[in-house]
Design a protein around this ligand. Structure first.
Ligand code: AMP
Length: 444
């Protein structure tokens, strides 16, 4: 099977050449997740509700379709973007101008704290696009002669949750009354609040909701690192890092069920409270594993992508990608398990000599080079012999499980056996007076 993930371009989304060129000039090589979701819908004239926050590339997600429509039907006062803060308003204007430069798009910002008369003059020139904070826009709608939105084709509400939460509701209602019903509406919001829901019912036409994990770009609480290490040293560095970070909750993502199980067995042999979670386990076992992790009875969860998808995995301090995910979007899914709800989190991706290409695709998607996770090689390699021993144990244990599974016609699941055998093994280890294994964490 070819695991190569096809790189989706702006052109693939239906963006016209002029705008693709503009993206290229801005250094936007490929669309971000929200752009991939929202642009094709918006180009099909759908109303869109996008759940995405600043940093996800959402300005491009609404900017490109608006500009494309404007280019095909040039018209003054074509689009209005409402946004809660002045800073955002200027950022949005900059992106519109950068994307629409070649086609001569005009854009003005209407925000409080600036001269009303000057703004009235700029509105008098009837720009293509207005980016505004609601309060000042209402002032102009009420006081500036000849200014209206009768011909408006697009309304975009940026950070709609904030606009509504910041008591802009009254102003927004006044603005909406002035807009033609025959228009397209796009609404972007970091969260779907009940107020956003209300607005959706009132003013959008059969909106399509798109939601992406936008953690990957500028969520400042998520620190992302990579570690370039030889494949044979992965277990060594994993153990080293787990020792370093102490009793934090960690999810370790592995590529296959085999490596999930093997790594779990190895870690257990070293005295870590690790628990595996993978697709072959029954739903009950999976939930059981998850509950132990949630209750902090186990601080380390090892999972495959298949197992983690769709499950409610709680906040975690660290995500370690033991294997680089084959699909870039899985990377985003994985690291999104940490740094949730405003909490800090760290993601570390192990990259071996065999994974460089796949990893580079992720960096391309992130449009950034990740920092190297700081480690001290000498300190890590001290663990080499002990890890080799634990790996041997894991291998033997897997062979034993396999044999047992075979004998019993594979009636039992590896997950059941694993937990059980691990428990037994741990007791044996402890009884064997293996001091290292007695401790919660394996010590060097
Ligand atoms: P936004 O979420 O719209 O505030 O965008 C955040 C940043 O991402 C801005 O600096 C954009 O220039 C940048 N950006 C938007 N789309 C892309 C893309 N497809 N590739 C790279 N950077 C992008």
């Amino acid at each position: 099977m070819n695991n190569e993930e096809k790189v989706i371009t702006f052109k693939d989304l239906g963006v016209i050449d002029e705008l693709c060129d503009a993206c290229e000039r801005l250094g936007w090589k490929t669309p971000t997740a929200i752009q991939k979701e929202a642009i094709p819908l918006a180009l099909k004239d759908k109303d869109v509700i996008g759940l995405a926050e600043t940093g996800s590339g959402k300005t491009g997600a609404f900017g490109l379709p608006v500009l494309q429509a404007l280019i095909s039907r040039p018209q003054r006062l074509f689009a209005l973007v409402l946004t809660p803060t002045r800073e955002l308003a200027f950022q949005i204007k900059e992106q519109f101008e950068a994307l629409g430069k070649a086609v001569g798009v005009t854009c003005v910002v209407i925000v409080g704290g600036m001269d009303m008369t000057q703004q009235a003059l700029e509105l008098g020139k009837r720009p293509h696009i207005i980016v505004a904070t609601p309060g000042r826009l209402v002032d102009h709608l009420e006081k500036t002669k000849g200014f209206n939105f009768k011909a408006l084709k697009y309304l975009i509400m940026d950070e709609a949750d904030r606009i509504l939460n910041l008591d802009f509701e009254e102003e927004v209602d006044k603005i909406l009354k002035e807009l033609p019903r025959e228009r397209r509406t796009m609404l972007f919001s970091a969260t779907m609040t009940s107020k956003v829901n209300k607005l959706q019912r009132a003013h959008l036409k059969d909106p399509v909701k798109v939601e992406v994990s936008s953690k990957y770009q500028t969520v400042s609480k998520l620190q992302q690192y990579m570690l370039f290490i030889p494949c044979k040293h992965k277990h060594i560095y994993l153990t080293y890092i787990l020792n370093e970070i102490g009793n934090q909750s960690v999810i370790i993502f592995c590529a296959t069920q085999m490596s999930t199980l093997k790594t779990a067995l190895m870690l257990r042999n070293l005295g870590f409270t690790a628990i595996p979670l993978y697709g072959k386990m029954s739903q009950n076992k999976r939930l059981g594993a998850l509950n132990k992790f949630k209750a902090r009875e186990r601080s380390i969860l090892l999972a495959t992508d298949v197992a983690s998808r769709g499950l409610d995995i709680p906040n975690v301090d660290y995500v370690i990608n033991f294997d680089v995910p084959m699909h870039s979007k899985d990377y985003i899914h994985r690291v999104g398990r940490t740094a949730r709800a405003g909490k800090a989190g760290i993601a570390i991706t192990f990259v071996s000599q065999y994974e460089v290409e796949v990893y580079q695709r992720i960096e391309q998607l992130l449009d950034t080079k990740l920092d190297v996770y700081p480690t001290v090689k000498e300190e890590a390699l001290v663990l080499e012999d002990r890890i080799a021993e634990a790996e041997r144990f894991a291998k033997m244990e897997m062979a034993r499980l396999d044999e047992k599974g075979g004998r019993k016609g594979r009636k039992r699941e590896a997950g059941d056996d694993t937990e059980e055998s691990l428990g037994v093994r741990n007791r044996i280890n402890n009884n064997n007076n293996n001091n290292k294994n007695k401790k919660k964490k394996f010590k060097k």
